[in-house]
Every structure is written in structure tokens, then in C-alpha cells.
Design a protein around this ligand. Structure first.
Ligand code: PMP
Length: 396
């Protein structure tokens, strides 16, 4: 029997979302999430995946995953601390530490639960967290879970951060104070001002925490935003996901050995949830090896994103201030943005609209994620479709 209260709660809220146009429908892909995708039998140029380097469909990763299944089976069989730690886990964590230029690393089941795990393992109700207002949802949830006082600072506003760090320090209320930022912000593609953040952190003895989900594999010759600024020694927590440029699934923290030792005994998803599968681990190890040995894929990614950005700019679209491959095409009004994305889709380009509340009201955009796997022909076709639909809708 369904609870009447639950039924009423669900129906009221679902109807409300639908009325406001905020009920997301989900597209199902017929095949892989590559540079082209198929949805309901229609082939589309895909500009919405986080598969930055095309590694999610790379033959070398697939072969490694298949071999791992043959050698180890399909599941790790237990949580890491019972007997679910396979040789592949140790190998991956050593490779991640090398890749990030840190003493050690710990892998989690996703980037999302990595943030939930890492923040709450170190911070508690006697602490404070200074968090960029545009930080990812998993950071926000990790802060909440920790029960530390969360103090939001204006996006990448270093004066505001310094002021709030000063106030928190001088209040004498907190045992520890942490500053958290995304390395690359996923909606606008701007890069965190890490050199200034590190300076402020040194001034006020803040713990530094960078979630580089969108920078790893993309910036710093692949090693990420922290390496891009030459700050590997200065950041306490380097967080990443294994699901975007790396192409598989999972998350990690890279840092000093003592920090990783602590997370292995105190972070709850590590202790109480079964770990990544052998196939995930082996594919990820291969991915990190590829990234450590060559920058060819990154170069292709940047070449493609410059090409797309220049093309959109030349057509007269507003692509914001992105410093990375993330290429927003800012339309403004929410309804127009959604219609624009739909028309692009009709014409053969899959680029999702992103509107309030994910981004501020009036800054609706279609977000383009070019990858190393796109060909010049696909990007030319994309630009021709943007031109056609943009003119038809009087946007350019
Ligand atoms: N942090 C940031 C900044 C992200 O953009 C994302 C992915 N949307 C995550 C964490 C979560 O990563 P995952 O998909 O591996 O859970």
C-alpha cells in the first residue's frame, strides 16, 4: 500500500515542476557517448558529454576492462577495509599520486561521494568552510554533511574571500578553516584564481581544497589546474573525478600521505560502500597511463575547442569568458534558450540548454563540450547548424 501522504507530496511537487518547465526529461542513448550519438535512431553531433578526450570509448581502455573482468570478475566483493582491496586499487592509487604529483591518493566510487567523504572526514561543527558560491552541488552537500559553518564567498572574488577569511579567523570561533573551490567552473568554463587563493590561505592558515573535476586531463598537460599553476605542493586536497576526461567512473583525493591515511580510516563511503569494479579500475589505470605518456589528446581537445569558439564568436554568438574547452553560448531568456537547444537538436546537434536555477536568471545558455574525438567536419557541420538556427531565431 502506498502512503497517502507520500502520494500527495509526489503528485503536488511533480505537477509543480512540470508547470514551471523545470521537469527534466531524460534522453536515452542507443549506443556509446562518443562524438556522435544516437537517440531514438537519430544520429546527432554530441556536444554535451564530459568525455573530453574521447577515452570513454577508447579501444585500449575497453581491452583493459575486458581483461580485468577475466582476471578478477565483475565485482570487488567487499568494502575496501574488509577484503575488497584488489591489487588494481593499489596500482590505481599509486598512478593517481604520480599523475597529480602528490605523495598519495585514495579512490572513491564517484566524484560526488568523494566530496561527501573527504570534507566530512576532516571538518566538523567546530570548523568553518569558505566556499565559492558557484561550487558544485557535491561540495555543497559535503559541507552540509560535515556540519561545519559554511561561509559562501562571491564567485572568484578574492577581496571577498580575504575579508571573510579575516573575519572567520578573528572571530576565534573555529578550530579549523578550509577554503574550497572548483578548479574549473562547469557552467562558464572559467578557472579558479588559485595563486591568490593560496596566498590568502597562507596568510590565514587555511586548509586548501580544489575540486578539479573539469580541469584534470584538460589543463596542466593533463595533470590539472593545480599543476597548471605549479601549486602541487601548496594544495592540501586535490579532488578529481575519473568520469570526465579520464573516461570511466570514480573519484579521488590526492594529497600528503597523512591525509590519505586519515581518509582511509575515517571517510565513510570508503569504509561502508563497496568500491569500484575491476573493469573500472583497469580501464582507469590505462587511461592515466595514456595521459601520463602523451599530450596528443589534450592538444586535439584544445585545437577543437578553439576552432568551435572562434567559429561561434565569428557568427556573433556570446560565448562568455570561458578559459577552457567548456563553451557556453549565452542566449539569456530561459524559454528562448530551451527552444534554441531544441531547434539545434532538430537539425542534428545535441547541445543541452542550461537555465535557472542551475545558472542565474536571464543567463540561460546552450553549453557545448567539444572533445578530442570531434572531427573538423563535425565542427563545421555544427557551426553551419548554429548559423541556420541562430538566423532563423534572430539571435545573430
Ligand atoms: N565535482 C564537480 C566540480 C563536478 O562537475 C562533478 C560532475 N558533475 C562532480 C564533482 C561529480 O563527479 P562524478 O560524476 O564523478 O560523481
Amino acid at each position: 500500500m502506498t502512503s497517502n501522504t507520500l502520494q500527495q507530496f509526489l503528485m503536488t511537487n511533480l505537477d509543480d515542476l512540470k508547470e514551471k518547465g523545470l521537469y527534466n526529461t531524460i534522453d536515452t542513448l542507443d549506443g556509446s557517448n562518443g562524438a556522435k550519438i544516437k537517440i531514438k535512431g537519430r544520429e546527432l553531433i554530441n556536444l554535451s558529454s564530459n568525455n573530453y578526450l574521447g577515452l570513454a570509448t577508447d579501444e585500449r581502455l575497453k581491452d583493459a576492462a575486458i581483461k580485468a573482468v577475466e582476471d578478477y570478475g565483475v565485482g570487488a566483493g567487499a568494502v575496501r577495509t574488509i577484503n575488497g582491496t584488489l591489487k588494481l586499487h593499489d596500482e590505481l592509487e599509486a598512478k593517481l599520486a604520480d599523475f597529480k604529483h602528490t605523495e598519495a591518493a585514495i579512490a572513491y566510487q564517484s566524484g560526488f561521494n568523494c566530496n561527501m567523504a573527504a570534507i566530512s572526514a576532516v571538518m566538523d561543527k567546530n570548523d568553518a568552510i569558505l566556499s565559492d558560491e558557484l561550487n558544485h552541488a557535491s561540495i555543497i552537500d559535503g559541507c552540509r554533511l560535515s556540519r561545519a559553518k559554511t561561509i559562501r564567498f562571491n564567485h572568484s572574488d578574492m577581496d571577498d574571500l580575504r575579508q571573510k577569511a579575516k573575519e572567520a579567523t578573528e572571530s576565534g570561533l573555529y578550530n579549523k578553516i578550509m577554503v574550497i573551490t572548483d578548479g574549473v567552473f562547469s557552467m562558464d568554463g572559467d578557472i579558479a584564481k588559485l595563486p591568490e587563493i593560496v596566498q590568502i590561505a597562507e596568510e590565514f592558515d587555511l586548509i586548501t581544497y580544489v575540486d578539479d573535476a573539469h580541469g584534470s586531463g584538460v589543463l596542466g598537460k593533463g595533470a590539472g589546474t593545480v599543476k597548471h599553476f605549479g601549486l602541487s605542493e601548496k594544495i592540501d586536497f586535490q579532488i578529481g573525478t575519473l568520469s570526465k576526461a579520464i573516461g570511466v567512473v570514480g573519484g579521488y583525493v590526492a594529497g600528503k600521505k597523512h591525509l590519505i591515511d586519515w581518509l582511509k580510516v575515517r571517510s565513510r563511503p570508503f569504509l561502508f560502500s563497496t568500491s569500484l569494479t575491476p573493469a573500472d579500475l583497469a580501464a582507469t589505470i590505462t587511461s592515466i597511463e595514456i595521459l601520463s605518456n602523451s599530450t596528443d589528446l589534450q592538444e586535439k581537445l584544445w585545437e577543437n575547442s578553439e576552432y568551435l569558439k572562434n567559429g561561434l564568436k565569428k557568427l556573433g554568438f556570446n560565448i562568455g569568458e570561458s578559459e577552457t574547452p567548456i563553451t557556453p553560448c549565452i542566449i539569456g531568456d530561459e524559454v528562448t534558450t530551451q527552444h534554441f537547444s531544441k531547434r539545434l537538436n532538430d537539425e542534428g546537434v545535441y547541445a543541452k540548454s542550461i537555465v535557472f536555477p542551475t545558472v542565474p536568471k536571464g543567463t540561460g545558455r546552450v553549453r557545448n563540450m567539444p572533445t578530442a574525438a570531434h572531427t573538423k567536419e563535425m565542427l563545421d557541420d555544427t557551426l553551419a547548424i548554429y548559423e541556420k538556427v541562430g538566423k532563423e531565431m534572430n539571435l545573430i
